[in-house]
Design a protein around this ligand. Structure first.
Ligand SMILES: Cc1cc2nc3c(=O)[nH]c(=O)nc-3n(C[C@H](O)[C@H](O)[C@H](O)COP(=O)(O)OP(=O)(O)OC[C@H]3O[C@@H](n4cnc5c(N)ncnc54)[C@H](O)[C@@H]3O)c2cc1C
Ligand SMILES: NC(=O)c1ccc[n+]([C@@H]2O[C@H](COP(=O)([O-])OP(=O)(O)OC[C@H]3O[C@@H](n4cnc5c(N)ncnc54)[C@H](OP(=O)(O)O)[C@@H]3O)[C@@H](O)[C@H]2O)c1
Length: 279
């Protein structure tokens, strides 16, 4: 199901803004449990592609309900984009899923996070490994030319249970491969530098299987014509559930890669896509 709600001509209200308020400019529903939206960007907000901020809505009694959200747009964009789950009885997303252009949301302009280019050593290939809404930080990094200045190849592996849950990422990668600005910056062969490996695990699809399995079996390397992951050439960023992150970390360490951080760049970095065991 895809529902486009056009950008409002005029925000419903620019008066009486809440503290840290931003105005919703566009909303798109991808499935009954996933949507993306764009908001105005605070003039003072500087962030590194891949970081997250706290966003939310006013709660009962005036105390805001705030949650961590990866910024899905790149650092150069005039607006901010987010890619969100809809948790049926979630304190925030049960309400956030109903936002419309012109509405206000709260956005605390203090970006942080580990999924930043500076937390990795230079290398040849950068792997983005995501499940579900864990794609969001990579939607930012894939749109940042600096990613392609630093790495010859970028591989986006995204796995969801069902095919429809891949649509946001699929559409984004498709548009980036034909992006005139990126092609102008990096030449006609740019499309081959952004490799995409989407898989489903519970619905039949063109490619299937968990990211961990496709790495350990070597299937992804064979399918993409790449050598097995190795610490001399490969770097990785990981974003999914806690269980996914733990399992991928072990796989990457098996290939000889070590976990880094902003303060100590190494071969891979990890961040949770959400807290908890799942809905
Ligand atoms: C660093 C970080 C970055 C995050 N970035 C995003 C993002 O870009 N997009 C996004 O949708 N969420 C993101 N989250 C999760 C987000 O903070 C909220 O948990 C989510 O919006 C649900 O809020 P809620 O109040 O409705 O429900 P909560 O009470 O927060 O969660 C209810 C239940 O839903 C599960 N859940 C929460 N978020 C997800 C999810 N994204 N996918 C699957 N299950 C989930 C939780 O495990 C919990 O069991 C991020 C979390 C962290 C820690
Ligand atoms: N996705 C849906 O259609 C759907 C619908 C309603 C409710 N929910 C609920 O929403 C919650 C979150 O669902 P989600 O689909 O966003 O996230 P998820 O359960 O983390 O699954 C997302 C993807 O990650 C894979 N995965 C999970 N754990 C992994 C691990 N340790 N190593 C490697 N791959 C792993 C899953 O494969 P597997 O399929 O092999 O586990 C799936 O393809 C769940 O509690 C679920 O019950 C989901």
């Amino acid at each position: 199901m895809t529902l486009d709600i056009p950008v409002a001509d005029e925000p419903k209200s620019t008066a009486n803004l809440m503290p840290d308020a931003q105005i919703v400019t566009a909303v798109r529903h991808w499935t009954d449990r996933l949507f993306s939206f764009r908001v105005t960007r605070p003039a003072s907000l500087r962030f590194r592609s891949g970081e997250f901020v706290m966003i939310g809505l006013p709660g009962e009694g005036g105390k805001p309900i705030l949650r961590a959200y990866s910024i899905a747009s790149p650092s150069w964009d005039d607006e901010l984009e987010f890619y969100s789950i809809k948790v049926p009885d979630g304190p925030l997303t049960s309400r956030l899923q109903h936002i419309r252009p012109g509405d206000q949301i709260i956005l605390r302009p203090k970006p942080v996070g580990t999924l930043v280019l500076d937390a990795l050593l230079p290398g040849k290939r950068l792997w983005f490994l995501a499940t579900g809404t864990g794609l969001a930080p990579f939607a930012s990094l894939m749109r940042d030319p600096e990613t392609f200045e630093r790495y010859e190849q970028v591989v986006m592996m995204h796995t969801c249970r069902e095919a429809g849950e891949l649509d946001y990422g699929r559409e984004l990668v498709g548009s980036l491969r034909h992006d005139p600005l990126l092609s102008e910056m990096f030449g006609e062969g740019f499309a081959e530098r952004l490799l995409y490996y989407p898989t489903t695990t519970r619905e039949q699809g063109a490619r299937m299987g968990r990211i961990t399995d496709n790495l350990t079996s070597g299937k992804v390397f064979a399918d993409l014509g790449l050598p097995p992951m190795n610490p001399a050439e490969d770097r990785a960023m990981v974003c999914g559930s806690l269980a996914f992150n733990v399992d991928v970390k072990a796989v990457l360490e098996g290939f000889g890669l070590a976990e880094g951080a902003n303060s100590e760049p190494r071969e891979f970095v990890v961040e949770k896509a959400f807290v908890g065991e799942g809905i």
